[in-house]
Design a protein around this ligand. Structure first.
Ligand code: IPE
Ligand code: IPE
Ligand code: MG
Length: 239
């Protein structure tokens, strides 16, 4: 047990299992995604209520583009609906919305609405909801390396200026603290190209619940269990 309560400001989630949830019920995968989107709303509210300052949700990976055309199209449609209505509700509650990922791969109308929403909510400070969309962590790291190389080539920085802080500033998550908790639903125990740099000292929680079955109670149980974990960061516990 830790002697003092662990800091908790950022929870990152890999929302997995929508397809299996639908399959179990003999429904098309799309309906699993639809139910999953409902759960996003519930979990955002629960996180706000719990005083979480940053919630980062993995909604669509760069690898998810390899899924069938139908599935990708229905996920994009769901996103369009969300951008129009549900995100507005979050804005009214004072939530700031940010998107991380490879924007150039997304349909132009969606990107346009993402940018609008980011601008509209920029001054909100109740909580930051960060949506990882068309996101891949290795791509993010390569992108950061390219930006640094360009700055060095132009003479704007020296190679010796490149440190952990500057590198972090080149990532999509600039100014967002590293996650304290990572949750993955659906029983899979892997990272799937999510926040590789940012998760260096994050506490991991895996649950068998499929994302559409995940709820506030389970989130609070994880938070509770996190509080008693001992975060050592490579050091030895003080006696
Ligand atoms: C997560 O659910 C949502 C996305 C990846 C878009 P899945 O669609 O991966 O569901 P499973 O893993 O096939 O059950
Ligand atoms: C990770 O889930 C991506 C999202 C939840 C958006 P996947 O279902 O795509 O991951 P793998 O393929 O099981 O690793
Ligand atoms: Mg999956």
């Amino acid at each position: 047990m830790s002697s003092e309560e662990n800091r908790l400001e950022h929870i990152a989630i890999i929302m997995d299992g929508n397809g299996r949830w639908a399959k179990k019920r003999g429904l098309p995968r799309t309906l699993g995604h639809r139910k999953g989107a409902e759960v996003v709303k519930e979990i955002c509210k629960a996180a706000e209520k719990a005083g979480i300052k940053y919630l980062t949700l993995y909604a669509f990976s760069t690898e998810n583009w390899k899924r069938s055309e139908d599935e990708v199209a229905s996920l994009m449609d769901l996103l369009r609906q969300y951008l129009k209505s549900d995100f507005q509700e979050l804005h009214e509650r004072g939530v700031r919305i940010r998107f991380i990922g490879e924007r150039q791969m997304l349909p132009a109308d969606i990107v346009e609405n993402m940018v609008k929403l980011e601008d509209q909510t920029a001054a909100n400070d109740k909580m930051t909801l960060c949506i990882a969309l068309s996101y891949g962590s290795r791509q993010e790291i390569v992108h950061a390396a390219r930006r640094l190389a360009l700055l060095a080539k132009r003479g704007d920085i020296n190679v010796d200026d490149i440190d952990k802080k500057l590198f972090s500033d080149m990532l999509y998550t600039k100014d967002i603290p590293d996650p304290d908790i990572l949750i993955r639903t659906s029983g899979e125990q892997r990272i799937s190209n999510y926040l590789l740099w940012q998760l260096a000292y994050t506490e991991f929680f895996f649950t068998d619940a499929l994302w559409p079955d995940f709820n506030e109670k389970q989130l609070l149980e994880i938070i509770d269990s996190y509080k008693s974990r001992e975060r050592r960061y490579g050091k030895i516990k003080a006696e």
